[in-house]
Design a protein around this ligand. Sequence first.
Ligand SMILES: [Zn+2]
Length: 401
Amino acid sequence: MWQEYLYLPPGVDGQLNWIGGFIQLDETVEEHQEIAALAKEAVDGRGEREQPEHETSNPTIDLDSERGRPLSTYWHEVMHYVQTTTMSYLYKWTYILLEKMLYAVSEASGQSVEEFVASGRLVVDVDKLRPVGKAIAEDLLGHLDGLDARGASGLSPRMIFESHAFITQWRLNHGRTADSGRALTIRELLSQFCPSDTYRVAYDFVRYHFGEDPAEMMFLPAAALSLCTADPVATFERIVFESATDTELHAAIDSVDADQVYQKLRQLATADHYETAPHTFLANPERRHPIYTAAAERLVEHAQLVDDFFRAPEIYIHQVLDAVTHPAIFGSPTADGIPFLDVPEQLDNAEGRALLEAAAGFAAAANAVLGSAYDYESISPRQEKSLHWLTRPSVSIHACR
Ligand SMILES: [Zn+2]
């Protein structure tokens, strides 16, 4: 079955399918419904924008509880999705990846992309896919490796966006443990729950140069702004180093003026051809990804919201998701062996479903091309209504073995 190409590897709880623009989770429908409901509770509990930002009422969740882990995974993956629709570096990286894969899959199927999209059906000979995958491997691996290219500091773009997603997911949950019953400090979070160095070293870099409290104020904005330039690591390093001697910034940190801190950091970032994903869309409307481009396009009218999200992602992520489209979720097979596709409300129509079918089918074909060489990352969504679409998309891969 073509869907098998989308099953998560053992031990992986979730990932954003960069190519397809949807999230894959290792959850049954029932588990997913529970987590989606918890996530929705967090949103509904916030009310409108009346509360001061530091008093958001996202409910606390035991990070080490049975539900804590999948909820954290869910928000982590949603963060990657929103990063991709707002930050130009990831936005561009993703559509370039898609272009490379479109070429490979077209070669292997003898079908143009237009034919595929029009018919919603892709018939790919897996035996043809493998040689094509090999032929483009060098180019493709070079592109994939870009996320792990180290700068002078030893940091990579992946380290910046992973730390950004990890710290934000903790803030969204107001993470605490059953033992303490209180929100964890970032120091406790990093020492007890950080899955690997990748999720913390960019944060540690700021902490090392500025100390605990300033890092807590500076890190998320500095990371987001840096991911809006062509070389996020160089920008991130420069922002941190230049910040060290910026007396206005230090004054803003001392007076806990988050808005002023953000404005100063933004000034520093704009020295490096800074642009958000909506800017990139406006500058290159022909370079498209069906999911992320539609989202970036919707954000063109919301420049202030994008800035707000960069300044305080845990507060504004809900508004960004409402302004764009919530990500779709592909989940583990149910008892009858059929995986589920959870369709966001905004795409729950004939056109939206056709788009998701095509995206899922194409992502599966791309995985077949890439085989084990392909290592991609994860994300996750929320629904206004519980609309779980158990589906067998009409896209199929013909395995000739
Ligand atoms: Zn991640």
